[in-house]
Design a protein around this ligand. Structure first.
Ligand SMILES: Cc1cc2nc3c(=O)[nH]c(=O)nc-3n(C[C@H](O)[C@H](O)[C@H](O)COP(=O)(O)O)c2cc1C
Length: 187
């Protein structure tokens, strides 16, 4: 049985849940899957895994530090493994229109995934550029204030609260489709 490892970092929970969706999809196509929240668990060895997926949420343009630390620690072994990266970010759902929207999408994908892979000196087989969640219940007072203008913009872009204070901007079908493509690279 092919074995996959998912290592993620999250601040507000979207990347944890997306990792569960990825794991569930991999299991459906025959993988054995281990998931590690990089903040809580340090994976010591990646030898046994055929596929490694590393993901992070983005805040103020930055990954969480723990998945980056994981990649740095295993950088040599990752060079001979199938590695995929993904991010959960607002940049995957720009609130602008037309040309500007495409420009913002391209810039975010470049910055959060392509440039990050270059910086971490890895060559991923796939890059997953996924939406995230705005959870106003979990934000600090400061960030809630900073992002107060985002709420009406989300509403006028047609996003609805999935529960009070939570806007989930993810496309779960796209996440599952991406995962099935990544899965095919091994089995
Ligand atoms: C304070 C704050 C800052 C954010 N900054 C960015 C950003 O710079 N770029 C971006 O694309 N998304 C940004 N987002 C959206 C997050 O990427 C989104 O909430 C995502 O779900 C975070 O991942 P996590 O839920 O796994 O922590 C920000 C969200 C918050 C709450």
């Amino acid at each position: 049985m092919a074995k996959a490892l998912i290592v993620y970092g999250t601040r507000y929970g979207a990347t944890a849940n997306t990792s569960e969706v990825i794991a569930d999809t991999l299991r459906q196509v025959g993988y054995e899957v281990k998931i590690a929240d990089a903040k809580k668990e340090k994976v010591q060895s990646i030898n046994e895994f055929d596929l490694i997926i590393v993901g992070s949420g983005i805040q103020m343009g930055k990954w969480t530090s723990e998945p980056e630390d994981f990649i740095k620690k295993h950088q040599k072994e990752l060079a001979i493994k199938k590695l995929a990266l993904f991010v959960s970010c607002g940049g995957a759902n720009p609130l602008s229109e037309g040309e500007q929207k495409n420009k913002e999408l391209d810039n975010a994908k470049q910055k959060y995934l392509e440039d990050k892979a270059t910086e971490l000196k890895v060559t991923p087989i796939a890059l997953g550029f996924f939406g995230g969640c705005y959870d106003f219940n979990k934000m600090s007072w400061f960030f809630k204030k900073t992002l107060s203008s985002v709420k009406p913009k989300l509403e006028s872009a047609g996003y609805k609260e999935t529960k009070t204070g939570l806007y989930d901007l993810r496309d779960l079908h796209a996440i599952r489709d991406w995962t099935r493509e990544v899965a095919k690279t091994v089995i």
